[in-house]
Design a protein around this ligand. Structure first.
Ligand code: GAR
Length: 218
């Protein structure tokens, strides 16, 4: 017997809070984005701003890998990009001090870790209290740390997803702002699953930034 299909699993997702309740800000947020890789989340934030879904400006991109593709995306949006290569610093704290200086020079008030593959320290966290946001490719508190998509596959869970949260000193543990659930399909590889998670990341990251800014006003 074939059961009727209620939805197409390959595109199914569940977002909470609902994507339809993006709050608006009267004053544009001044964002500094930290990214290490391809920058599709950076692009999603830039697109949301262009489309009027998020009242913000990306003041600066900071990246830590000289080959990171995100730098090309920043150039195409005419957004200044600053390389702070972690290999040039003697400690995480030294890197974070330089990040703070750069963010302050660019008059940033919200920090968005959009695929930033470095652990940040209290030095940075205390400089922007409750104003640092991270996106992570799992439904936290499951699968913290690196290779979250692979961890979900290895655990055999049937649903994973992505989480946007405030950053606190414990890795991937701060207040959760928004999550999207994504089903795992029988033949998924880490790549196919990550691709579907990223579609949801691009939806929830701009929304979560707006939510965080709204929370902060209260
Ligand atoms: C995203 O999937 C993000 O969730 C993940 O890195 C990817 C960056 O993609 N972040 C982490 O794993 C942080 N622990 P992008 O460069 O295309 O935005």
């Amino acid at each position: 017997m074939t059961l009727p299909s209620v939805c197409n699993e390959s595109s199914a997702s569940l977002v909470s809070p609902s994507i339809s309740c993006i709050p608006t800000q009267n004053t544009p947020l001044k964002l500094g984005v930290l990214a290490s890789g391809s920058g599709s989340n950076f692009e999603a934030v830039a697109e949301a701003i262009k489309n009027g879904l998020l009242n913000a400006q990306i003041k600066v991109l900071i990246y830590n890998n000289p080959q990171a593709k995100v730098v090309e995306r920043a150039a195409s949006w005419n957004i200044p990009a600053v390389l702070l290569n972690h290999r040039d610093f003697s400690s995480r704290e030294e890197l974070d001090l330089q990040i703070i200086e750069c963010l302050q020079q660019h008059d940033v008030n919200w920090v968005i870790m959009a695929g930033w593959m470095r652990v940040v320290t209290p030095v940075l966290i205390n400089a922007f209290p409750n104003q640092i946001i991270n996106i992570h490719p799992s439904l936290l508190p499951s699968f913290k740390g690196v290779k979250a998509v692979e961890q979900a596959l290895e655990a055999g869970v049937k649903i994973t997803g992505c989480t946007v949260h405030l950053v606190c000193p414990q890795v991937d543990s701060g207040t959760i702002l928004c999550q999207a659930a994504v089903p795992i399909l029988p033949n998924d590889t880490a790549e196919t699953l990550h691709d579907r998670i990223q579609i949801q990341e691009h939806r929830i990251l701009p929304q979560a930034i707006a939510l965080a800014a709204n929370l902060n006003l209260k």
